[in-house]
Design a protein around this ligand. Structure first.
Ligand SMILES: CC(C)(COP(=O)(O)OP(=O)(O)OC[C@H]1O[C@@H](n2cnc3c(N)ncnc32)[C@H](O)[C@@H]1OP(=O)(O)O)[C@@H](O)C(=O)NCCC(=O)NCCS
Length: 213
């Protein structure tokens, strides 16, 4: 079952957001046969070193089709941020054998990450005041929460797309419970504070986070 999940979401009255998640079980050639790519992206695809990355990239084009778009509706800015030509907002993520896109009429960011022990070793690099509510002794929960915090910071970075943002120093994820599936964060950058609403869920050992400004 390649299309793993669709989430329809109304952040407020009159707004609409859709999230599509793909579980990549297909071979490279099956995925390649299922999509049409523009010239730029054909070039990008052939330059990718890992087949897993290529399959992730192609599966995103499958998700675009599920959302009613194609590769020809998508373009990227100089930093690699994707845009839809019809003015809707899009964000893209892929990790191992999962990929996801979010399409909305509001600014959005999405991130999917594998929940793994290794994240404990790099926590110092992206966590600061969040340590005040994290319980290192409960390792399973600690890994899951770190994965949410990392995903939240990636998703917020993808929304703002600003040079100089530090995950550790500028993005602060407020205390949350895994069961609540919702949290909040602030970006303190360039003397301005921006607020974000976050939603997280677990999919087969992966943490999926999406953020709205
Ligand atoms: C660009 C970045 C956000 C990508 O995130 P990632 O977790 O490595 O990879 P993901 O699969 O989740 O996301 C990749 C997608 O993000 C999107 N993307 C890339 N650059 C982007 C940007 N500047 N803004 C918004 N979206 C971007 C692209 O759609 C890309 O996929 P595609 O090129 O196949 O379409 C990330 O690598 C990055 O630069 N982060 C900020 C730097 C940083 O501070 N890192 C760690 C500090 S401890």
């Amino acid at each position: 079952m390649p299309l793993h999940k669709t989430i329809n979401f109304a952040q407020c009255v009159g707004s609409s957001t859709q999230i599509f998640v793909w579980k990549i079980t297909e071979s490279y050639s099956d995925l390649f046969a299922g999509v049409l790519l523009n010239e730029n992206n054909l070039r990008r695809l052939s330059g990718m070193k890992s087949e897993l990355h290529q399959r992730g990239f192609l599966s995103v084009r499958m998700l675009l089709q599920e959302a009613g778009y194609s590769d020809f509706d998508l373009h990227y800015d100089e930093f690699g941020k994707p845009y839809l030509k019809n003015g809707k907002y899009i964000s893209i993520t892929h990790s191992h054998h999962f990929s996801a896109i979010i399409v909305s009429d509001q600014t959005v960011g999405i991130d999917i990450e594998l929940q793994r022990e290794k994240i404990i070793r790099i926590a110092d690099k992206f966590v600061d005041e969040e340590f005040s509510y994290l319980d290192k002794n409960n390792q399973e929960e600690y890994i899951k929460k770190l994965t949410v915090i990392w995903g939240a910071k990636e998703a917020i970075f993808k929304i703002r797309n600003e040079k100089g943002i530090s995950f550790k120093d500028h993005i602060k994820v407020k205390a949350f419970r895994l069961d609540d599936k919702e949290s909040k964060a602030e970006l303190h950058f360039d003397d301005i504070v921006k607020n974000f609403k976050l939603f997280h869920e677990e999919i087969e050992g992966f943490g999926l986070v999406y953020a709205f400004e």
